[in-house]
Design a binder for this molecule. Structure first.
Ligand code: NAP
Length: 247
């Protein structure tokens, strides 16, 4: 197992990509703190799936947009697990709409959760990792952060922000033994894409060289790699998991 003895925090771990990441990290031996916004039933299901596979997990309901709540959550994870070795900033939302009609509140909510949330979690965890002089941070961005997307100015801005954030964190913390990388998923089968409807997904598939959407587990494997010592000399990078959508 790649992650025996490591402790991880996965934000947005109750559903979709985050759930697959939490389970995959646990399968590799990490104890996982699963952070979620409000869907306790889904979070409990993730925990059950971790435990069924022989892993160890704990649950935290915590809004990543709230800096005080995040600081408390990270402190509590450290107290319960003993260290924080891996942080996966995965929590995210969409509030799609065309620029001309986008409400200020929809712009702000996406920036607050998708970008500022990663800042809050990374800041809180970095203090622990700096003392340990080791750690791996993986931020989930999107192909949309690389290419832009009509109807998603808020989401694309937040995801592009994650790229600059990741590279800056990588440069700041490399000398302390902390790596920071990003994973850019393409079109993944989760609740987030289910709301788009079949016709939108079919159009999207036409832009994917591999001709299909991905399962969340396919993103999780890239995260496991970047979080593990197999990626010990990799920092500040973006790994696209998109069936060739962006190349
Ligand atoms: P999802 O199925 O909608 O799940 C979103 C997760 O984020 C849930 O666990 C949710 O918790 C959590 N969350 C939302 N707001 C939060 C907050 N304020 N604080 C803490 N947790 C919060 O989404 P997904 O498709 O798995 O996406 C996961 C990540 O991948 C996101 O960053 C997304 O932008 C990115 N991504 C997804 C795709 C795709 O095709 N699906 C493509 C590229 C990038 P609750 O369950 O409690 O609501």
């Amino acid at each position: 197992m790649l992650l025996t003895g490591k402790n991880a925090i996965v934000t947005g771990g109750s559903r979709g990509i985050g759930r697959a990441i939490a389970i995959s990290l646990a399968q590799q031996g990490a104890a996982v703190a699963v952070v979620y916004a409000g869907n306790t039933a889904a979070a409990e299901e993730t925990l059950q799936m971790i435990e069924e596979k022989g892993g160890h997990g704990i649950l935290f309901q915590c809004n990543v947009a709230d800096d005080v709540a995040v600081a408390d959550m990270v402190k509590s994870v450290k107290e319960q697990l003993g260290s924080v070795d891996i942080l996966v900033n995965n929590a995210g939302i969409t509030r799609d709409g065309l620029l001309m009609r986008m409400k200020e509140s929809d712009w702000q909510a996406v920036l607050d959760i998708n970008l500022t949330g990663a800042f809050h979690c990374t800041k809180a965890v970095s203090k622990i990792m700096m003392k340990q002089r080791s750690g791996a941070i993986v931020n989930i961005t999107s192909v949309v952060g690389l290419t832009g997307n009509a109807g998603q100015v808020n989401y694309a801005a937040a995801k592009a922000g994650i790229l600059g954030f990741t590279k800056s964190v990588a440069k700041e913390l490399a000398s302390r033994g902390i790596r920071a990388n990003a994973v850019a998923p393409g079109c993944i089968d989760t609740d987030m894409t289910a709301v788009l409807g079949d016709s939108v997904i079919e159009e999207m598939i036409k832009t994917i060289p591999m001709g299909r959407v991905a399962k969340p587990e396919e993103v999780a494997q890239a995260v496991v790699f970047l979080a593990s010592d197999n990626a010990s000399y990799i920092t500040g990078q973006v790994l696209n998991v998109d069936g060739g959508m962006v190349m």
